[in-house]
Design a protein around this ligand. Sequence first.
Ligand code: ATP
Length: 228
Amino acid sequence: MSAAASPVLDIVDVTATHGRGSGARRTLAPTSLRVDRGESVAVVGASGAGKSTLADIVLGLRPPADGHVSVRGETWCTDRTAPSRRERHIVQGVPQDPSAAFVPRWTLRTSIVHAVRALTDHTDVDERIDAAATLAELDPALLDRRLSEVSGGQAQRAAIARALAVGPAVVVADEPTSALDPETAVQVSTALLGLARTTGIALLLVTHDPALAARCDRTVTITAPHAA
Ligand SMILES: Nc1ncnc2c1ncn2[C@@H]1O[C@H](COP(=O)(O)OP(=O)(O)OP(=O)(O)O)[C@@H](O)[C@H]1O
């Protein structure tokens, strides 16, 4: 069977609505896309097109209004079903602001340990975290620092390591380098794109940066519903 016949991530006719009742408004036009094993797909589009909304749906943070998302051939979410706690490790996010991924008073490692324990039954937690840090091109020793004690680029690599440590099939990165200086942004995005290829993770990357989108395997442009 070819890779194209069995995508890791399959988004089928997904739409979104914000608001309720007479205030309800379509905020994501029907969107379908597939991401294969080891593939990176950039999601681009004008501000307000619904890119972050799509990312939130794939992360299981909000339900689609219609359509469904499958991961590895299994239903991940629909307008009626959310991912269960047991499934949550399968799709992980890398946020725009890495501080969203860490508890400031804890070391980075402690935050990651909590995430791995909350989402998996793994017993080799420290080994997994060290391996994930290495994949994210971060010296594992830096994980013994707090968020305030590392640079923005190191914090974002730690956020990537946090996502990897739980063993996802899909990583959703929403503007993962927009808070970084240009040189660090290139280094972090190189690590992210490289690990998709080496680990086989399907990477969905929301970006405004045409240069970053061009480095992904494919680009999908979404358009706001009212402009469709
Ligand atoms: N909590 C909310 N309540 C109401 N409308 C919302 C909410 N969050 C987002 N929207 C609307 O949904 C639409 C899509 O927003 P979204 O953040 O997904 O766009 P985006 O493409 O990621 O934009 P940007 O590139 O500016 O980040 C926008 O019209 C936005 O105003």
